[in-house]
Write a protein that binds this ligand. Structure first.
Ligand code: G6P
Length: 367
C-alpha cells in the first residue's frame, strides 16, 4: 500500500493531523452512538460477564496506552488492572487473579514480545484474550479470542501517533463495556459516549495550537535533556511525551510522576534541563509551585501545558500553553497530541530523520 504524503513535509506530521478523522472513524466503526459488546467480537458479552480483572501487555507507545487505560478501568469500571511491558511479562513467573482478561495492545499486531506473551500466557489462566490492534489479519488479531480494530489507517512514521490515540478510544470503550457490568451509572456512561463524540473536535482545537507549540519547541533545540512531569492519568501522558521526544529528536528525556521530582530528578534541574509539566488542572501546578523556585534558582525553565480555564499565565521562567477546555477523559488524548507536535517541531529543527529515527524500527518482529 502506498500512502501519499500530500502537502505534508513528513508522515509523522500528516499522521498527527489525521487524528480527528482517525478517532471519529474508530468510534463510528465500533458503533458510533453507543458502546456495544459486539464491537469487540462475537463472544465478547459472554467473556466480559466473567471479567474480574484485566492484565494489559504491550510495548513502546502501546504500553503507554495501557498505562492510561489502567486509570480508566480502575476509576470508572472498578476493575483491578495491571499493565506490563511484554518483554518482562513473558519471562516472569506470575500469579494470576482468577477471572483475568488478557489484553494486548499493538499497532502492528506483530510485535514479537507481545505475540510471545499472548502465546506463552496460554488460555488456562485467563477468561479470554482481547487485542486492540490497527492491522487486520495480523498475528495478534488471528490468535486472540476478541478483537477491537482501531481505524487509524496505515501509520508510516516510526514514532507512533494516531495509533496511540485511537487505541485510547478502544480502551475507553472497553472501560464502558466492563464498567456497565460493574455499577457504572447510565448517566456517566452517556457522558463518556458524548466525550467520545466530541473528541475529534477537541483534537482539532489542539492542532490549531501548532504555531504556539512550535514557538515553545525552539527552547529545546540546544538542550541535551528534558524532564516530563504528570500526575495520575497524566503521568503516562508525560511518559509518552518523553518517549516521543527521545525517539525523534535524540534529546534524553525522562518522565516522572510529579510527586517524585523532589526524590531525585530535582538534583538534575539546571539551565540545561527544561521541565515539561502536563498539568491540566491546578492541583499539580499548585504542588509544583513549591518546587518552582528551586527550578528557577537553578536556571531551569518550566513549560506548562494547562487547561485554558485554569487561569495560568506565563511568567519569567514559566511558559504556559493554554489548552482547550474539555472533559476529563479527553485530556490524555489532547495533551498527547500537543506533546506530539512539540517533539515533531524540535526534531525538524534539529534536522533528524523524523519518520525514520536512527536504530528504530516501525515494528519489532524479532526479539
Ligand atoms: C516499535 C515502534 C513503536 C511502537 C512499538 C510497539 O518500538 O517503533 O512506535 O510503539 O514498536 O509496536 P506495536 O506495533 O506493538 O504497537
Amino acid at each position: 500500500e502506498t500512502v501519499e504524503l500530500g502537502d505534508y513535509d513528513h508522515y509523522m506530521l500528516k499522521e498527527i493531523y489525521e487524528q480527528p478523522r482517525a478517532l471519529a472513524a474508530t468510534f463510528s466503526a465500533a458503533g458510533g452512538h453507543e458502546v456495544a459488546d459486539s464491537a469487540f467480537g462475537e463472544c465478547a458479552a459472554e467473556i466480559f460477564d466473567r471479567v474480574k480483572a484485566v492484565q494489559i501487555v504491550a510495548c513502546g507507545t502501546s504500553f503507554h496506552a495501557g498505562m492510561v487505560a489502567r486509570y480508566w478501568l480502575e476509576e470508572l469500571a472498578g476493575i483491578p488492572c495491571e499493565v506490563e511491558v511484554a518483554s518482562e511479562f513473558r519471562y516472569r513467573k506470575r500469579v494470576q487473579i482468577p477471572g483475568t482478561l488478557l489484553l494486548t495492545i499493538s499497532q502492528s499486531g506483530e510485535t514479537a514480545d507481545t505475540l510471545a506473551a499472548l502465546r506463552d500466557a496460554g488460555t488456562d489462566d485467563f477468561v479470554g484474550s482481547l487485542v486492540i490492534a490497527n492491522v487486520d489479519n495480523s498475528s495478534l488479531v488471528r490468535e486472540s479470542d476478541l478483537v477491537f480494530l482501531t481505524r487509524a489507517g496505515a501509520e508510516i512514521g516510526v514514532a507512533s501517533t494516531k495509533a496511540f490515540t485511537t487505541q485510547l478510544v478502544g480502551l475507553l470503550m472497553l472501560t464502558i463495556a466492563l464498567g456497565r457490568r460493574n455499577g457504572l451509572p447510565q448517566g456517566r456512561e452517556q457522558e463518556l459516549v458524548n466525550a467520545l463524540h466530541a473528541l475529534p473536535d477537541y483534537v482539532q482545537q489542539t492542532l490549531a495550537l501548532d504555531t504556539a507549540i512550535k514557538a515553545l519547541s525552539e527552547a529545546f533545540i540546544p538542550k541535551h535533556h528534558a524532564l516530563f512531569l504528570g500526575r495520575g492519568i497524566h503521568y503516562p501522558v508525560a511518559m509518552e511525551g518523553s518517549l516521543k521526544l527521545k525517539e525523534i529528536s535524540y534529546i534524553h528525556a525522562e518522565a516522572y510522576p510529579a510527586g517524585e521530582l523532589k526524590h531525585g530528578p530535582l538534583a538534575l534541574v539546571d539551565d540545561d534541563m527544561p521541565v515539561v509539566a502536563v498539568a491540566p488542572g491546578d492541583e499539580l501546578l499548585e504542588k509544583l509551585k513549591s518546587n518552582l523556585e528551586e527550578v528557577r534558582s537553578r536556571g531551569g525553565e518550566l513549560f506548562v501545558f494547562a487547561d485554558r480555564q485554569a487561569g495560568f499565565t506565563s511568567e519569567p521562567r514559566v511558559r504556559v500553553l493554554a489548552m482547550p477546555h474539555c472533559p476529563e477523559v479527553a485530556k490524555p488524548i489532547i495533551y498527547t497530541v500537543a506533546l506530539q507536535l512539540l517533539s515533531y517541531h524540535v526534531a525538524v529543527q534539529k534536522g533528524t530523520d523524523v519518520d525514520k529515527p536512527r536504530n528504530l524500527a516501525k515494528s519489532v518482529t524479532v526479539e
